[in-house]
Write a protein that binds this ligand. Structure first.
Ligand SMILES: *Cc1c(COP(=O)(O)O)cnc(C)c1O
Length: 376
């Protein structure tokens, strides 16, 4: 038998030119933060309409240092979604502030903007919207709420590089915008991230937060006025990012074509809930996530195992995080955010990445149908 290769739910695409460029960095004698990081910051800034961009070594660092830049700390509240990677709330805890969850809206699976204003208190300092699967939160409504209440917005755009809202690319407008370049994201540096800022003054302050609080003085010495983290990116990573940036628009187009094929081939009688049509319009198809039929959701583990037996990787992004022990210890429990809990219990991430073949989509669709038939 000719064994079909395992199809993971995602895989980075790194071309030979990028691999050669990484080799060049390694041979150059300068492997940490240097000219490649500078080039990537400029290229990203250019993409985002000239806004300042600063690289860091993870999306998590971009979010945490953005909170510190805003002076958010103990006694402050930050409103966010429970349906995200746990980093989104962990960074709020890291600065000593309180994450305040608001349930998601069923169609977009993003923060329910109808409920956000009810959660605002005199202690609220910021909103952290998350563009789940690369489908942007409604930026007009979000920014209007923030303006009305004098709040900062720290966009967790970890998943939405290349996505658009009302024709404008995420990152090119708004307050602070954090991207992740983790291996699974649409644009990767293996590990890494960046923050898009409002002006050069903020960018200078962010540079200090990123690297030990150091200010370089013209006479070759330095000063340190305040604490800073150790979160700078390496030129090795930036070389990967420069290679990705050349290709990311083609990657997004390929993701879109694959997602359209999924939607065209999908057997609607199986009872899954498919991603919102808005994703096709604004999103970057970071992930393709149907929700399991309610009859099968309690056996999601069996579904995943059966799909693996068909040679197909399935992920879970994400269980509602307020049900994790960490947040139960902080007083949360089942029933707090029913929409997020329902989606978190039923979601499955199916393979979607630029190097996939059309035939891979068909193979996944067939395996899903066979698995559902077996589990019924
Ligand atoms: C990946 C991700 C992060 C964290 O990014 P890292 O680069 O892994 O630190 C934060 N939020 C969301 C929504 C993510 O998907």
């Amino acid at each position: 038998m000719n064994p079909t290769p395992f199809l993971p739910f995602t895989r980075p695409s790194i071309d030979e030119r990028t691999i050669a460029d990484v080799g060049e960095v390694l041979r150059s004698g300068w492997i940490t933060t240097g000219p490649r990081c500078q080039a990537l910051e400029s290229a990203l800034s250019q993409r985002f309409g000239g806004r300042p961009v600063r690289l860091v070594n993870s999306g998590t660092a971009a979010l945490e240092l953005a909170l510190r830049l805003c002076g958010i700390g103990p006694g402050d509240e930050v409103i966010t979604t429970p349906l995200s990677w746990v980093a989104t709330a962990n960074v709020v805890l890291a600065v000593g502030a309180e994450p305040v969850f608001v349930d998601v809206e069923a169609t977009s699976r993003n923060l329910d903007l109808d409920q956000v204003e009810h959660a605002i208190t005199p202690r609220t300092r910021a909103l952290i919207p998350v563009d789940l699967a690369g489908l942007p939160v409604d930026r007009e409504r979000l920014d209007a709420i923030a303006r009305r209440h004098g709040l900062r917005v720290i966009e967790d755009a970890a998943q939405s590089f290349g996505a658009r809202w009302a024709g404008r690319e995420i990152g090119s407008f708004g307050d602070l915008v954090a991207f992740s370049f983790h291996a699974n994201k649409n644009l990767t540096t293996a590990e890494g991230g960046c923050l898009v800022l409002n002006n050069e003054v903020e960018a200078r302050r962010f540079e200090k937060l990123r690297l030990q609080g150091v200010t370089r003085l013209p006479d070759g010495t330095m000063d340190v006025e305040a604490w800073g983290d150790k979160a700078n990116l390496t030129d090795v990573a930036a070389a990967i990012g420069l290679g990705q940036l050349r290709q990311v628009d083609a990657f997004t187009a390929r993701r879109r074509a694959l997602a359209e094929r999924y939607l065209a081939r999908w057997d609607r009688s199986l009872g899954f809930e498919l991603p919102s049509a808005d994703a096709a319009e604004h999103g970057n198809w970071h992930m393709f996530q149907p929700l399991l039929p309610r009859t099968i959701a309690p056996r999601r583990g069996d579904f995943i195992t059966a799909m693996r037996e068909h040679g197909i990787g399935v992920g879970v992004h994400y269980p509602a995080m307020h049900l994790f022990s960490l947040f139960r210890q902080r007083g949360h429990g089942p029933g707090d955010f029913p929409v997020a809990e329902d989606i978190g219990a039923r979601t499955v991430t199916l393979p979607l990445f630029p190097a996939m073949a059309d035939a891979d989509v068909d193979r996944v669709c067939r395996a899903v149908a066979a698995t559902v038939a077996a589990l019924r």
